[in-house]
Write a protein that binds this ligand. Structure first.
Ligand code: ARG
Ligand code: ZN
Ligand code: CA
Length: 243
């Protein structure tokens, strides 16, 4: 990696209702959250408990809004089957997916807040999908998922991060400086929340890769940072995004 990593973001908006046709202000509010969260300038960063102050990380990746593509649709909701990414399924094809992060905003069915494609997948479906009610901090953004952390979490996946509980009971996220969690945490756990996994560590419930409310997730770790930045080096799966 030579310079600082700056990721152009193309936001693809699919709407049936006017509320789903989110404003540019709502889109920009999401970009602002990403820049804060990936540069450790989010207001909660100083509230990371001292047990984790040695591992909390400034990822040092920035995001810039590149384009907004809008399309009206007759579909009232979308499933996690990538049809929103395909014009022949009523969606919007990605723009330059090997050099720009494509983000689709639509009404996802079943209360799903978002989903992402991990690095190494087909470029035709690369990017992240965010429910219109979990996008940004204004407009249709709805509490407790109205601080833009769904996109922070999904871009974590897009940059190769696993859920902090490893999607298994006391599973591994392949990151050594995050504690082993029993399972996903929801809501806003009180601190300290002890794991009953080996060693009974205090869980890092404020990590973006847990499942807590937006206001209760506010850090990545150094190990997560290494995993993300490795993608941009020569031979890495997201090297095409490096300057
Ligand atoms: N359920 C989604 C996923 O696993 C996103 C969860 C986001 N959580 C949040 N507090 N915004 O990718
Ligand atoms: Zn996730
Ligand atoms: Ca771990």
């Amino acid at each position: 990696v030579n310079g600082k990593i700056v990721i152009p973001v193309v936001v693809n908006v699919l709407y049936k209702t006017s509320a789903e046709n989110i404003s540019l202000a709502q889109i920009q509010s999401q970009i602002d959250v990403l820049n804060a969260d990936f540069n450790a300038t989010n207001i909660e960063y100083n509230s990371v408990p001292s047990v984790f102050s040695g591992v909390k990380a400034d990822i040092d990746i920035s995001f810039v809004l590149d384009a907004v593509v809008r399309k009206s649709t007759k579909k009232s909701s979308w499933r996690t089957d990538d049809s929103m990414k395909k014009s022949n399924k009523g969606g919007i094809n990605p723009t330059s997916p090997t050099t720009k992060l494509n983000l689709w905003v639509c009404n996802l069915s079943g209360g799903i807040l978002g989903y992402a494609q991990f690095p190494g997948g087909p470029s035709a479906t690369d990017g992240v999908v965010i429910d219109n009610n979990a996008m940004g901090t204004t407009g249709s953004a709805s509490a407790p998922f109205n601080l833009g952390r769904t996109a922070t979490h999904e871009i974590g996946h897009w940059l190769n991060l696993r859920h902090i509980w490893g999607d298994a009971s006391c599973g591994s996220d392949l990151v050594s400086d995050t504690p082993t969690h029993n399972t996903a945490n929801y809501g806003c756990p009180s601190f300290p929340h002890y794991s009953t996994c080996s060693g009974s560590p205090i869980e890092m419930t404020m990590n973006y890769m847990d499942y807590t409310n937006d206001s209760c997730m506010y850090m990545f770790s150094n190990g997560q940072k290494s995993r993300m930045l490795a993608l941009f080096s020569s031979g890495g799966a997201r090297n095409s995004f490096a300057q």
